[in-house]
Design a protein around this ligand. Structure first.
Ligand code: SF4
Length: 304
């Protein structure tokens, strides 16, 4: 069997990360068939059959950690959906034994969150990232094309998971033009976010060739969507491409006003501030005018 390890990769959202693929070579194993998926289309499945034993994966991770001692995260992902791996609980226990000061992260599509056994496994992770592309039935089915389930049920289970999980919960919503980017979609997602109370929300769009003929939303539309969300939410827009974002000049007063209005992520500063404004921002940090907090590898800034 081939190795399960890839990377380290430098991710804008999570820092330096060692990837662990729980599916391995061959066709994708997923219970969704997302319009935006970058993997080739495949029949939907509800579990990963013929998966590698957790002991073998843990040994590979142990060896990789010796080679790459500077990583921030051990990231469980898959050529498909990682929570369909049948020995997730055992594997997470083993990885927690050997991870040292690294954080254990899983990138899941969120589809299995109503399963009590999966939730028990997820509680072993330092950071859990779940996808929630829509809170409306029609858009959800259009964009994620799930094997089964519906968004209201998932949102309820995500809310319950939040109540029982002490780690860092990140939600990701990926927007596809004309599919889940309407005002109704954003309003419904905002309500869902407020119910679930994640530590961080990542908004994104297509940035690699997708399986189907669909289009990304513009950087401006992502910013409009972020601006429609409740100001208490920690929202990050992190796409691989930042082109299209227009940098602007901000005075000290404008920075204070903006950061009092809502937290800005490090990506907002990169994308929106011109060089002189970044200089002003750095000075304000030194003067102690700006508060900051790191949430699973992404720093947020705000003023009181
Ligand atoms: S959940 Fe991930 S792997 Fe599965 S179809 Fe969607 S994008 Fe692809």
């Amino acid at each position: 069997m081939s190795t399960s390890i890839f990377g380290p990769v430098l991710s804008r959202r999570f820092g330096l990360s060692l990837g662990v693929d729980l599916v391995g070579e061959g066709v994708k194993k997923c219970n969704y068939d997302c319009l935006y998926c970058e993997l080739p289309k495949a029949k939907k499945v509800s579990s990963i059959a013929s998966a590698k034993a957790p002991e073998l994966i843990a040994k590979e991770v142990e060896a990789a950690l010796l080679k790459h001692p500077d990583i921030d995260f051990i990231t469980l992902t898959a050529n498909g959906e990682p929570t369909l791996y049948p020995k997730l609980y055992e594997l997470a226990l083993m990885l927690n034994e050997i991870k040292g000061n690294k954080k254990l992260l899983i990138l899941s599509n969120g589809s299995t969150i109503c399963d009590a056994e999966i939730r028990k496994s997820l509680r072993l992770f330092d950071v859990v990232k779940l996808s929630l592309d829509s809170a409306l039935d029609i858009s959800f089915k259009k964009i994620d094309r799930p094997l089964e389930t519906n968004p209201q049920k998932l949102i309820g289970c995500m809310e319950s998971f939040r109540g029982e999980y002490g780690g860092t919960l990140v939600l990701e919503s990926l927007f596809v033009k004309g599919v889940n980017d309407s005002k109704e979609d954003v309003v419904a997602l905002n309500e869902a976010y407020l119910r679930i109370k994640p530590d961080r929300i990542d908004l994104s769009t297509i940035d690699r060739p997708p399986a189907y003929r669909v289009e990304a939303v513009s950087p401006e539309r992502l910013r409009e969507i972020a601006a429609m969300l409740d100001k208490s939410l920690m929202v990050s827009i992190a796409t691989r491409k930042s082109e299209g974002s227009k940098v602007r000049s901000f005075s000290k007063e404008e920075i204070i006003y903006s950061l009092k209005n809502r937290p800005f992520s490090v990506f907002d500063i990169e994308a929106l501030f011109d060089e002189p404004s970044k200089g002003v921002f750095e000075e304000m940090k030194k003067e102690g005018l700006i508060k900051e907090r790191e949430v699973a590898g992404t720093t947020f800034y705000w003023c009181f």
